[in-house]
Every structure is written in C-alpha cells, then in structure tokens.
Design a protein around this ligand. Structure first.
Ligand code: NI
Length: 177
C-alpha cells in the first residue's frame, strides 16, 4: 500500500476507456482503493481516477473538507465510487477553473453541467445515488471523464483561458482534481 506515480498527459493510457469492475470487495479492489487514497493525499488532490495510476478500471475517489482555491465551495464528502453513471437533470452549465494531477501546473476554464445525478457503487457493492450541484458536480464530471479517456484541456472551449497556475493565480495554493 503506497502512493503511486501519477501518469501525465501524453501517456496513451490516459486516453483509453476503462473497464467496469465486475466483482466488489475483493482484496485487489480494496488494495487499489488504498493506493488511490494514499496517492490523492500525497499529491494533495481533490480527486483521482484509477487510470491515473495506470489501472484501467472504472473507479474514482474524490472529496475534501475545504479548499483554499475554492473558499466558497461546500465540502465534498470523501467518496469511493465504482462503475459510475451520470445523468443531467437539465442543460444548465457553469464555468469553472480546473486542474488535474495528470496535467501538473496548468489550469483551464471548463464548462460543466451545474446539476448532476450520479449513481454507482461503493467498494462493498452498495448503491450510491446522489443529486449534487456546483463544485461537487464538477469534480465528479472531471473524474468520470478520466474513465472515458478525456482530460480537461480537451474540454476548454477558449484556449486563451488555459495557462499556468502560478501565473493565473499567484500565491493561491494548488489543489488538483
Ligand atoms: Ni484529473
């Protein structure tokens, strides 16, 4: 059990569709989640998807108590989500700055659905079903994108709103999704 290296943009493994988890509560799945937790904490991330540590399975984790980068964002409960399915109750979108542990040092303005319903399973196979909005909705959409081989820079509509964290937001602590 340990933090593992995070793959960076350019690695072809970050462009693949990850496979559904077929069996819950296995030692392999629990060990993967432990490594993902350790990695997210070590890298000070707000979320992490299994493909980012080279494991092509539909597993994401996310959550934080408070974010200096998003002082107004409500805390997001720490969640381990397997085989997630997203649905959008309406078409409303909102823009927000995103970063990613696989795209270190960069930030881009990305439009996401403001309201999100998601369902999936915890590591024991229990159903998780939530309706969320705002930053919680953004983090989940960002992480689930990783499961479909999508990194946030490809979602930036105006590439003039893409740049280095320390230039765009000098002095603001880094928290990557
Ligand atoms: Ni990411």
């Amino acid at each position: 059990m340990a933090a593992r290296p995070v793959l960076k943009m350019g690695d072809p493994r970050l462009l693949e569709r990850a496979a559904e988890v077929g069996e819950f509560a296995t030692p392999e799945l629990l060990a993967l989640l432990q490594d993902m937790r350790d990695t997210m904490v070590a890298e000070r991330g707000a979320g992490l998807a299994a493909p980012q540590i080279g494991v092509p399975l539909r597993v994401v984790i996310f959550g934080f108590e408070s974010s200096p980068r998003y002082p107004d964002a409500l805390p997001v409960p720490y969640t381990e989500l397997i085989n997630p399915v997203l649905t959008f109750p309406d078409d409303e979108e909102e823009e927000g700055w995103e970063g990613c542990l696989s795209v270190p040092g960069l930030r881009g303005l990305v439009s996401r659905h403001r309201h999100l319903r998601y369902r999936g399973f915890d590591p024991q196979g229990n159903l998780i079903q939530r309706s969320v909005e705002g930053f919680h909705a953004r983090v989940v959409q960002h992480e689930v994108d990783h499961l479909d081989g999508m990194l946030f820079p490809r979602r930036i509509r105006d590439l003039t709103r893409f740049g280095f964290q320390d230039v765009l937001f000098p002095g603001v602590p880094v928290l990557d999704d």
